[in-house]
Design a binder for this molecule. Structure first.
Ligand SMILES: [Ca+2]
Ligand SMILES: [Ca+2]
Length: 366
């Protein structure tokens, strides 16, 4: 299909050769032909399989100034003679419309080609399930205390100054202290939500500035506490026995790698009143076989009650597992609680396997 414009308003001028050998033309006689003429090259594939170049006038231009009725008849006769399909159009509005249709079609095709050449990127991975906000300088739920503002564990450890996440009746809390001394407040929280603590390396020494009145060469200067409560915001919740035997899980990950790398001793809670020696019926066993055979009971003196299990751990307990010289292959021994960076993470998983909370801290000893 080619479009010719005439109807007495466009002049009798025909482009040379008029497309018998070259593609069909849309021809508009301008009052003043641009020099050189303006050609609009439309791509192949529209209006059949032929290219469609256009003359177009330089506005303003009086189309009505030219032509005569004879030109339309002439064009029709030529078209008939040459067996080409020509549609005579009336006015420039038709041409504008046609160009708009073509432009839209070209744009659509360009978008399709672009989609083929540049497929969209794969969708992002699913987001982590939303975890409760990490609360800093928080206080243990009263069910995880002796009722007098202290942890159930130990004697007189304040229930304030913990970090924790709470989901319904579950509370997952951690605390760092100068052992037998003051609570340590976080240095900061990194972009991944890891709460950073600073403390002294080496054994517990007399440190009045931090409330430590006695030394203990067999313990690191910093103690790491954790508390799992399945009956917070009472009444309600599940007893530890019901929670753990129904598939609920509680994990403690104790990093024993002094470097910025992580090598966790993974502990998993088990309801085990036979082996538990503290006020909690829960013990912690090796959750994997990295350091001990999986299932080995490692911590059985936990404090707590029917709903709570809590304890304080210390890097001195695991000193034989710590590689004091990362520059030499194998594990080299050395003094307790060596300077370094130790992650500490506590995780609660509900009976349906969904993570309830994940409190992740990092203790930097120097
Ligand atoms: Ca580390
Ligand atoms: Ca080493």
């Amino acid at each position: 299909m080619g479009y010719l414009f005439d109807k007495g308003r466009f002049g009798p001028y025909l482009p040379y050769d008029f497309g018998w050998h070259s593609p069909p033309f849309v021809f508009v006689e301008p009052c003043i032909l641009p020099t050189p003429p303006v050609w609009w090259e439309l791509p192949w594939g529209f209006l059949g399989t032929k290219a469609l170049p256009l003359f177009y006038p330089t506005p303003p231009c009086d189309f009505g100034h030219y032509g005569g009725g004879g030109s339309a008849q002439l064009l029709a006769e030529i078209a008939d003679l040459k067996h080409i399909n020509i549609e005579l159009r009336d006015d420039i509005a038709d041409l504008t419309h046609d160009i708009q249709v073509l432009t839209t079609a070209v744009h659509d095709l360009e978008e399709q080609i672009d989609d083929l050449l540049h497929p969209p990127p794969p969708p992002p991975p699913p987001l982590e399930p939303d975890l409760p906000v990490i609360q800093l300088n928080a206080t243990l739920d009263i069910t995880a205390t002796k009722g007098n503002g202290t942890w159930i564990n130990g004697s007189g450890i304040p229930a304030t100054g913990v970090i924790k996440q709470v989901d319904g009746h579950s509370e997952n809390a951690e605390m760092f202290t100068y052992r037998n001394g003051n609570t340590i407040q976080p240095f900061g929280v990194d972009q991944d939500g890891v709460v950073i603590f600073h403390g002294p390396d080496g054994p517990q020494v007399v440190d009045p500035a931090h409330g430590v009145s006695s030394a203990n060469a067999a313990r690191g200067a910093v103690a790491q506490g954790f508390s799992f409560d399945t009956g917070a915001n009472a009444p309600g919740g599940m007893a530890q026995q019901a929670f753990l035997t129904a598939g609920g899980q509680e994990f403690v990950y104790i990093d024993l790698d002094p470097t910025s790398g992580v090598s966790n001793l993974a502990l998993r809670a088990e309801y085990d009143p036979i082996h538990a020696t503290g006020s909690s019926p829960v013990v912690f066993v090796a959750a994997d076989s990295l350091y001990f055979p999986e299932g080995t009971i490692l911590v059985n003196d936990n404090a707590g009650n029917d709903f709570v299990v809590q304890n304080f751990t210390n890097l001195a307990f695991f000193n034989s597992l710590i590689d004091h010289d990362p520059n030499v292959a194998g594990v080299q021994g050395g003094p307790i609680a060596p300077a370094g960076t130790y992650d500490f993470e506590t995780v609660m998983v509900n009976i349906n396997g969904q993570v309830l909370s994940d409190v992740h801290s990092q203790l930097i000893l120097a």
